[in-house]
Design a protein. Structure first.
Ligand code: SF4
Length: 181
């Protein structure tokens, strides 16, 4: 059987979901025999999201222009897309700023009030991508094929989601251990 083209994407999240992925420990060696990692912050140094990706796990909400541009490309180029972890599924912690109107107070707090050496607001467009007014969960922007909630999802639940996908089957998460997070 051909290896599946596998990707993971890191949007607005703390990277904890990717850390949980690394908790798969020695199963990662089995996984490496069955997938080609074509894009991932932890498994590849490829900068451009490639065409013809079979499965992609997306961590994080959509908080800025870069996130938005990337997730549209990811959807277009991916067959099976998993909304991976609570930040992707609900927007979670990054969405706490949604209670504040506009992005200006957030930028002022981060870059001026908490700036310790040379406080200054970032210039847009520039190195820092422009914030969107609200942080959105992934499914509010594109269609997702599966939700894998949890903050983060445990390694055992990640494995349970991946095993059927490696066989070309859609995962069915059943039982208390798989539904409790
Ligand atoms: Fe971090 Fe939790 Fe968000 Fe995952 S769901 S990126 S662990 S805050």
């Amino acid at each position: 059987m051909d290896k599946i083209r596998f990707a993971t994407v890191w949007l607005a999240g703390c990277s904890g979901c990717h850390m949980s992925f690394l908790d798969l420990d020695e199963w990662l060696i089995d996984l490496a025999e069955k997938v080609d990692v074509v894009y991932s912050p932890v498994g590849s140094d490829i900068k451009e999201y490639p065409e013809n990706v079979d499965v992609c796990f997306v961590e994080g909400g959509i908080a800025n222009e870069d996130n938005l541009e990337l997730i549209l490309k990811v959807r277009e180029r991916t067959k099976f897309l998993v909304s991976f972890g609570d930040c992707a599924v609900t927007a979670n912690v990054p969405a706490m700023r949604n209670m504040i109107k506009g992005t200006d107070p957030v930028l002022r707090r981060c870059y001026l009030e908490l700036g310790d050496t040379t406080p200054q607001l970032p210039k847009f467009p520039g190195i820092v991508p422009e914030l969107l007014d609200k942080v959105r969960p992934v499914h509010e922007v594109i269609q997702v094929d599966m939700f894998l909630p949890g903050c983060p999802p445990s390694a055992s639940r990640i494995q349970a989601a991946l095993e059927p996908l490696l066989k070309g089957e859609k995962p069915v998460m059943e039982g208390r251990e798989m539904l409790k997070f």
